[in-house]
Ligand binder design. Structure first.
Ligand SMILES: C[S@@+](CC[C@H](N)C(=O)[O-])C[C@H]1O[C@@H](n2cnc3c(N)ncnc32)[C@H](O)[C@@H]1O
Length: 246
């Protein structure tokens, strides 16, 4: 399964510095991040799991596993399949890996430290890709290429399920923006509306979505099928200025 053929762009110094900081912050947060995930993400994870409708025996990839709450739930439904996780933070990845070994010692699973922008997996390696609260943390110029990278590792007919920080509630947006100014590499920025607009140009068709509120935290759970990206012409060459659609 592991072979490299990547569409990712080469990161600039500024965005690399930001990603390094994100990695360090999440390394520090790893031992207690489960509190935040359970308080704010749990119900959205439930909706994402339902939207992904993973069949037992599938090849599943979870990106940005964090401390592994969703990963464990994926292992529960995919006991006979292969479940792979990645997180930029080596401590988060190790935490998830330990949790998985403890809870499902016989499962075929592994969690790596890797960057979602440049995945160490072959084309079409997965039937299902799941990703909760990653895109907020990516440098804005890498959102589109990361979506293309997810499409690359999805098999034809595969499904992408993304959970995003919703932009539907004004008061929540104001609070989130404030958090993003104080700790940008931990909170990131809301990209929900922009990302949903990008899906067709990156080879995805939105099939289902729902909004989930837990305490005051609003999440948007988006499910999309892999199709042909509109940003590519029929000869396979990228259209110039595809991003003008975004
Ligand atoms: C907000 S947490 C979400 C964790 C988990 N998905 C959840 O739902 O609770 C974001 C996670 O994304 C990871 N992350 C940030 N940038 C990443 C990247 N470029 N590639 C992979 N993981 C990344 C962080 O290390 C962190 O664990």
């Amino acid at each position: 399964m592991i072979a490299r053929l990547s569409t990712a762009t080469h990161p600039s110094h500024a965005s690399e510095r930001a990603s390094l900081l994100t990695r360090r912050i999440y390394d520090v947060a790893a031992p207690f991040y489960t509190i935040s995930a359970r308080l704010f993400h749990w119900h959205a994870h439930t909706a994402a799991l339902a939207a992904a409708s993973v069949a037992d025996g599938s090849r599943v990839l979870e990106l940005a596993t964090g401390s592994g709450e969703m990963f464990i739930r994926l292992l529960e439904v995919n006991r006979r399949g292969q479940t792979v996780g990645v997180d930029l933070s080596p401590k988060m990845a190790a935490h998830t890996q330990d949790l998985a070994r403890r809870k499902f010692p016989r499962a075929s699973s592994h969690c790596y430290a890797a960057d979602a922008r440049d995945l160490p997996f072959a084309e079409g390696a997965f039937d299902s890709v799941i990703c909760c609260y990653l895109f907020e943390l990516l440098p804005p110029e890498h959102v589109e290429d990361t979506l293309l990278e997810l499409r690359r590792v999805l098999a034809p007919g595969g499904r992408l399920t993304i959970t995003l920080v919703s932009e539907t509630k004004q008061a929540f947006n104001t609070a989130y923006k404030l958090g993003g100014r104080i700790l940008p590499c931990f909170w990131g920025r809301q990209v929900d509306e922009r990302l949903v607009r990008m899906l067709p140009h990156c080879g995805f068709e939105l099939t289902k979505d729902s909004y989930v509120t837990q305490i005051f935290y609003v999440s948007h759970v988006v499910s999309a099928a892999r199709t042909t990206p509109r940003r590519f012409a029929s000869n396979g060459m990228p259209h110039a200025h595809a991003s003008r659609f975004i």
